[in-house]
Design a binder for this molecule. Structure first.
Ligand code: PLP
Length: 490
């Protein structure tokens, strides 16, 4: 860690990145070279015996690595959900990895642990989360790497709470986790990981009538006799369609059955910084835990997931360990009611952990709440513009009403009836359209399937995506649609 080497190497990387971001719009968005095994062929079989200058390494990055990357930070990246990056996010991440401290217990880096508790409270206030998720309200938050990890922790907490009540581990066979057919797959994975029998992971069907949101009525109908309802996931902004579950009514229904309610706002949670989106979180006070990913749409470089719990002790009872080598002044003080000395190792899966708080803190301070609201509203406005164009063009249709910055659309059926098995001409045409757009290198989008319909998703949210890029992708789509439709319409 020679200070000159730190400055020199970092400078070279920063120049490389500045050049990359200057040019990123020129690269084909999706990896141009899709041949599996290409990188392995290019690289030596073993690591070098002697160190090499950073310049040589960066040359290889340019030549061998960049052509095989999909450029997630391209302003024309509209696939999956965005994974934001920003200059403040990069700067914050540099501080985090540069300082490289490990706040697993409070005393291992007191300011890092305390900053984390402050930043999660700031975030909760920005999203107007109920007071019970703030440390001052008896709850609290933690920064994890992904929603996947956060969900496993909440499932473990819910499981142990229920088993404590039921008086024995054998009861695990009767615990049931409920999710909708739009819930992210991470909940199924999490349920498996905490030992819930796979047949007790119940998927409840949603329909177009509720905008693919989960309703209390559907949960009521699904809750079976003889089993113990354990956990219900409510999502605000589902992955496939951006649908919204009815949080308040789900919360009320879940309480009647004594279920743990988790509110997953991984993507759309960011929008709740704008008052006009806060209604979607109405009923959040009925949840036991809430999570959102700043690394999706909140200008935060990977990785960062905020998890809040109403009763930290539920979490720490399930996840605490107390090895002698980690004992410290804070060890007996962590948890509910004492935000001053938290042992965050008891709030997550891993013991060692990153100093994510400083990254999020830098971002919040650099852009401020007003800057963040402007960032969200810019994308929502661009998505709205696109949705209006789609709706006004008779060749296309909007498949579900847009709620945030995700537009789900397709070429409208015009080749006769949609088949029930989804293997119809409309689906084929839409697949061809998506393939043509992505092959052009000028945009990258992904798809979803709902009720047998192949749906194209335009997820607006890249940190440098402007209305102009959305307008250009609309032009591109129209051109490709005209080509594709020639093959289908005689
Ligand atoms: N929940 C929703 C609604 C998501 O959209 C995603 C990812 O896109 C996840 C959960 C999983 O998030 P992570 O990749 O952080 O585990």
């Amino acid at each position: 860690l020679d200070p000159h080497a730190i400055a020199g190497d970092s400078q070279a990387i920063l120049e490389f990145l500045a050049e990359y971001y200057r040019d990123v719009d020129k690269y084909p968005v999706r990896a141009a070279d899709l041949e599996p095994g290409r990188v392995r062929k290019l690289l030596p079989e073993a690591a070098p015996e002697h160190g090499e200058p950073m310049e040589h390494i960066l040359e290889d990055v340019r030549r061998d690595i960049l052509p095989g990357l999909t450029h997630w930070q391209s302003p024309r990246f509209f696939a999956f959900f965005p994974m934001n990056a920003s200059s403040a996010g990069l700067a914050g991440e540099m501080l985090s990895v540069g300082l490289n401290v490990v706040p697993f217990v409070w005393a291992a880096s007191p300011a890092a642990a305390e900053l984390e508790s402050v930043v999660v409270d700031w975030m909760a206030r920005l999203f107007s989360l109920p007071r019970r998720f703030l440390f001052s309200g008896g709850g609290g938050g933690v920064l994890q790497g992904s929603t996947c990890e956060a969900v496993v922790c909440t499932l473990a907490a819910a499981r142990d709470r229920a088993l404590g009540r039921l008086g024995g581990h054998e009861a695990i066979a009767r615990l049931v986790v409920y999710a909708s057919d739009q819930t992210h797959a991470t909940f199924q994975k999490g349920a498996q990981l905490v030992g819930i029998p796979s047949s007790n992971f119940r998927v409840i069907r949603t329909s177009a009538a509720s905008g693919y949101g989960l309703t209390a009525e559907a949960v009521r109908a699904a809750v079976g006799l003889g089993l113990v309802p354990l956990y219900l996931c409510a999502t605000v902004g589902t992955t496939g369609l951006g649908a919204v579950d009815h949080v308040r009514e789900l919360g009320e229904e879940a309480r009647r059955h004594g279920m743990w309610v988790h509110l997953d706002a991984a993507y759309a949670g960011s929008a709740a910084i704008c008052p006009e989106f806060q209604d979607y979180l109405d009923g959040a006070e009925l949840a036991d835990s809430v999570s959102m990913n700043p690394h999706k749409w909140f200008l935060t470089n990977m990785d960062c997931c905020c998890l809040w719990v109403a009763r930290p002790r539920d979490l720490t009872s399930a996840l605490s360990t107390d090895p002698e080598y980690l004992k410290n002044v804070g060890a007996d003080d962590g948890g509910a009611g004492n935000p001053a000395a938290i042992d965050y190792k008891d709030w997550q899966i891993s013991m060692s952990r990153r100093f994510r708080a400083i990254k999020l803190w830098v971002i919040l301070r650099r852009y401020g709440a007003a800057g963040m609201r402007a960032h969200i509203r810019r994308h929502v406005a661009a998505a709205k513009w696109f949705e209006q164009r789609v709706a006004a063009d008779e060749r296309f249709e909007v498949v579900v009403p847009r709620r945030f910055s995700l537009v789900c659309f397709r070429l409208a059926p015009r080749f006769g009836r949609d088949d029930d098995d989804g293997d119809d001409a409309t689906n084929h045409a839409n697949r061809d359209l998506l393939a043509a757009v992505n092959a052009s290198g000028r945009a990258f989008m992904t798809h979803f399937v709902v009720d047998g319909k192949f749906v194209i998703r335009l997820a607006v949210g890249g940190a440098s995506t402007e209305l102009q890029h959305v307008m250009e992708v609309w032009d591109l789509l129209q051109g490709k649609a005209a080509e594709v439709l020639q093959h289908y319409v005689k």
